[in-house]
Design a protein around this ligand. Structure first.
Ligand SMILES: [Mn+2]
Length: 345
């Protein structure tokens, strides 16, 4: 395995200063963090004189379109020879680069990430304590401000970073939103971003399709293992004509059920390859990043995901399904989670 160097945010900032014609790579099913961080980095790189563009393996979700003012290139429309530097943003693994990976295998100059376990794709700056990559990009921007590259944080960058951080903290509700996260958010508001407008778009505004997706989700939630494990299976039959992207908050609906220690959303992907995306959330009693690592996925202790290629699970047995998506070790871990109200904390 290549010997990649771990960089501090200051070292990453200085490396960005020397980059020219940079392509910023986002992860599959791009979310507010990967896109917001990439948009902020693009503005920084352009202000530094190097120029940058953004690419993602899949189209950004429709719901984010009012906040995405940059062109996001897709794998079919990219000429890798045009770029002299490549940076991946919030990408924890090769798999998360989707069709971008073969285009840039071995050509990534820097990875900026905040996952506890990530595959090293190049020299890296990983800060697992950061709630979002946006928090790291904020630190980089502050370093560049301190060195006189900017007089103050531009409002456009503040807006992108707020999008990133609010997305990954579920509007500052998750346990990853630390005191530092709130201080960073305060600085972004002072720099002129409209936090209320961003949060409204992210968390309070839904399309009719998303509303229908919630109805389907509520109809398909199953509670297993005495209610400690909640799961929703969103295969094509359940989703009907609705694309997978409308179900991005299904996992939050499952984890909102009282007593659920581990929540899973199992979504059949839109393509033809019959693969399923599994998202897991934990209340802290199980490290779901470890569970997903067994399938080449990963993430954070309380929020992780992986891909499974196999036929659709069936909700037949009470114990078997959808636990048969997980190896026996995972099943045992899930069984060991104490029951809500059983006295153990
Ligand atoms: Mn992230």
């Amino acid at each position: 395995m290549a010997d990649f160097r771990s960089l501090t945010p200051a070292e990453a900032a200085h490396r960005l200063c020397s980059m020219r014609d940079t392509l910023l790579l986002c992860h599959t099913s791009p979310d507010g963090d990967t896109l917001g961080s990439a948009m902020a980095l693009k503005k920084l790189l352009c202000a530094l004189g190097g120029g940058a563009e953004i690419a993602a393996p899949d189209k950004p979700p429709e719901a984010l379109s009012p906040l995405i003012r940059d062109r996001i290139l897709l794998p079919g429309g990219i000429d890798p020879a045009r770029y002299r530097s490549v940076v991946c943003v919030d990408v924890a693994s090769r798999a998360q680069l989707g069709e971008l990976f073969p285009l840039f295998d071995g050509k990534i100059d820097l990875m900026l990430d905040h996952h506890e376990k990530s595959e090293r794709l190049s020299d890296f700056c990983t800060v697992p304590s950061a709630a979002a990559v946006g928090e790291i990009v904020f630190e980089i921007a502050e370093i560049l401000c301190g060195e006189g590259w900017f007089s103050d944080l531009p409002a456009g960058i503040a807006e992108d970073l707020y999008l990133s951080i609010s997305s990954d903290t579920g509007c500052f509700r998750f346990s990853n939103a630390t005191a530092k996260t709130h201080r960073v958010a305060a600085r972004l508001l002072e720099a002129g971003c409209d936090g209320a407008a961003i949060n409204h778009l992210l968390f309070e505004s839904r399309s009719p399709e998303e509303l229908e997706a919630e109805r389907i989700t509520l109809q398909n939630i199953r509670l297993l293992l005495g209610g400690r494990f909640g799961a929703v299976l969103l295969d094509r039959a359940a989703r009907g004509a609705l694309a997978a992207e409308y179900f991005s908050s299904a996992i939050d609906t499952v984890r909102s059920v009282r007593g659920v220690a581990v929540a899973a959303a199992i979504k059949e992907k839109d393509g033809e390859d019959g693969s399923f995306k599994i998202s897991l959330r934990s209340d802290g009693s199980v490290n779901v990043s470890d569970l997903c690592a067994a399938f080449g996925g990963g993430g954070h202790a309380r929020a992780a995901g992986c891909l499974r290629r196999r036929s659709a699970p069936r909700w037949t047995g009470r114990r078997k399904i959808p636990l048969d998506f997980f190896p026996p070790a995972c099943y045992n871990t899930l069984c060991s989670v104490p029951r809500y109200g059983s006295g153990s904390s």
